[in-house]
Each structure stands twice: as C-alpha cells, then as structure tokens.
Ligand binder design. Sequence first.
Ligand code: DCP
Ligand code: MG
Ligand code: MN
Length: 335
Amino acid sequence: SSNDGKSGASNPNARTIEILQEMANYYDTTKDHWLTTSAEAIQIPFIGQRLADKIEEIVWTNKLRRLDNTKLDANDETLQKFLQMYGVGFAQATRWIEQGHRSLNDLITKASLTRNQKIGVAHYDDFNTRIPRDEMQQHDRYIRDFAVKIDKTLHFTIGGSYRRGSADSGDIDFIITKSEPASLDTIRTIMVDTIIPRLFDAGYLKCGLATTSSRESGGSKWHGACCLPPSPSSPTSTPEPAQQIWRRIDFLFVPPAEIGAALIYFTGNDIFNRSIRLLASKKGMRLNQRGLWKDVMRGPRRSKVNEGTLVEGKDERVIFEKLGVPWREPWERVC
Ligand code: DCP
Ligand code: MG
Ligand code: MN
C-alpha cells in the first residue's frame, strides 16, 4: 500500500511505513549487501520471517490502541478465536469486538453474518482440525480416480504443506493442469462446469466458499469444503471420525505453460515465496505465480508498465536455474 502523502492519523499504514523506512535506511547506511550470493540468499527466509513478524506487530499494536473501550492486546483470546475463522481477517475480527461480540455464540445469535461467515462458524472446529497425512493421501486418490473417468488429460497435484512433506495439513491445496497444451479457460471450464458439480453430486464437495478469476489478484481459484465418503471397505461399521470432518479444499487452475511457476507459488511456504520473489527482483527480474519475467518496465513509483519478457514458466527447476538458485526440494522450502 502507498503513503500517498496522507497524514499519519488518517493512514493506518503510516506507522508501518515509517518503521519499514527506518529499517531500509538502516540497511542502506550499514551497506548491508545481502542477497548477492546464493549463500546469502539462504539467509533471506530468516529476515523475511522477522520482517513479517515486525509488520504484524506494528499493525496490530496500532489498531489495538484505537479500540478505546476494550482492553485488548494482540494475544486476546477472543481476537485469536475470531481470526481463526475461515475468511476472517483483522478488520472483521476487530469490528466484531468493537460491536461487543465475545464468542462464536455471540456471532451466531447477534451478529449479521454473510453466508460464508455462517459456514465458517458452523464448521469452525472442523476447519481448524489438522488433516493427517494419510487422510491427505486419501483425498489425492479420491480426486484422481474421480477425474480420470471424466477427462484423462487433467492432472492433479496437491501442493501446500502436503507437497512440503508435512505430517499434517491445514487444508487441501490442489493444483490442476492439463497434460496437453490448453488455456486457463479450458481448464477452468471443465472444472467449474463438470468436475466440481459432479463432486457435489457425489457428496464429496459440501459447499463453495470463494472463487477468483482475476489473474492479477492471485490467479484462478476455487475455495470450498469437502468430506471423504465413509470407507467402502467397511460399509457396515461406522465411519472413522476423521472421515466426517469437513475439510477446506482449494483448487488452483493452471495452464501447462505456467505450471512450474504455479508449483513454486502453491508449494510455498509463504515466507519462502516472499524470499524467492525478493531475490528475483534483486536480480532485475520478477517472479509471480505465472512465470519468471525479465525487462519488466516500471513507471513512476514502481508501477508496472508491462509484464516484461517471459524467461520461464513451465519448468520449476529451470526457474531456479535462471534465478541462479540451487534447486530446493519442496520439503526443503520450509522457512
Ligand atoms: N501462499 C503464499 N502467500 C500467502 C498464502 C499462501 O505464498 N499469503 C502460498 C504458499 C502456501 C500455499 O500458497 O504454501 C498454500 O497456502 P495455505 O494457506 O494452504 O498454506 P500451507 O498449505 O502452506 O499450510 P497449511 O498446512 O496451513 O494449509
Ligand atoms: Mg494448505
Ligand atoms: Mn490453501
């Protein structure tokens, strides 16, 4: 976000910008030329994490200071509780607290909730229950077996923490592409018009939550919730508890030409992404979830004039190579 010459009082980001500027000045004056070698690049995640924590702390402290009639701090239980709800950010959580809500029950009985917020409250515990790796494997198998009967050329990979090898995951992040040249629209259409409706019919998908189709605001994705059917091997026994829990599922639609960049983005983690993108920009390039670009033309205030020239989009390893970074396996991308 930009400062736009607004006064500190009216711009909620003013203090954040001020502190970041102080930090930038400090790095300049100490001639701290980090990021010139790959050995130094390894350090970035650490800096990224600390910086991210700092930003969060500044934003929260300032926001909390303005809540006059509540004695809250960043660790406040109610605030934490609301923030853990699907789709709820700091603005919404503090608004509810300002309105006097103190529990999920308050929200259900007194607040006016959007459809998605109602789902978020109703499945609060489900969505906050980690998914064991063996259940992740079952979702992987279920979706692949299901889709292959409809379109053999569709290709499904679970990214996120699962691809990084985590023992459990917060949600299921599917990256969907095609094994033959295809446009984003082709993939989105078959998913949205055929596969997703049939997954609802099968009882696997329970609800849709959010969809984005704008490429600039993070590509083309579908958010929803799902639940594995009871195990077919034991039809008479009651299903295991884990199988009745609603899970958060994300579908990211990616044309084959962009699959390498999308894999990097959707594998994360988020701190690793910030670090590798920063590294790209230090090398005069730009990495986003569609590809690695060079010669990005920028106007005043670093506004983008054009996307630049594509260096690489489809091969994850080549993107690392062109960046001059040693290959890191997904499970090594944990910062
Ligand atoms: N991502 C990112 N920046 C964000 C959010 C996400 O770069 N602010 C990328 C990196 C993440 C991936 O998208 O790894 C998937 O996002 P998730 O929120 O699902 O995070 P994880 O899968 O890594 O963790 P979890 O197990 O909690 O789902
Ligand atoms: Mg995830
Ligand atoms: Mn996700």
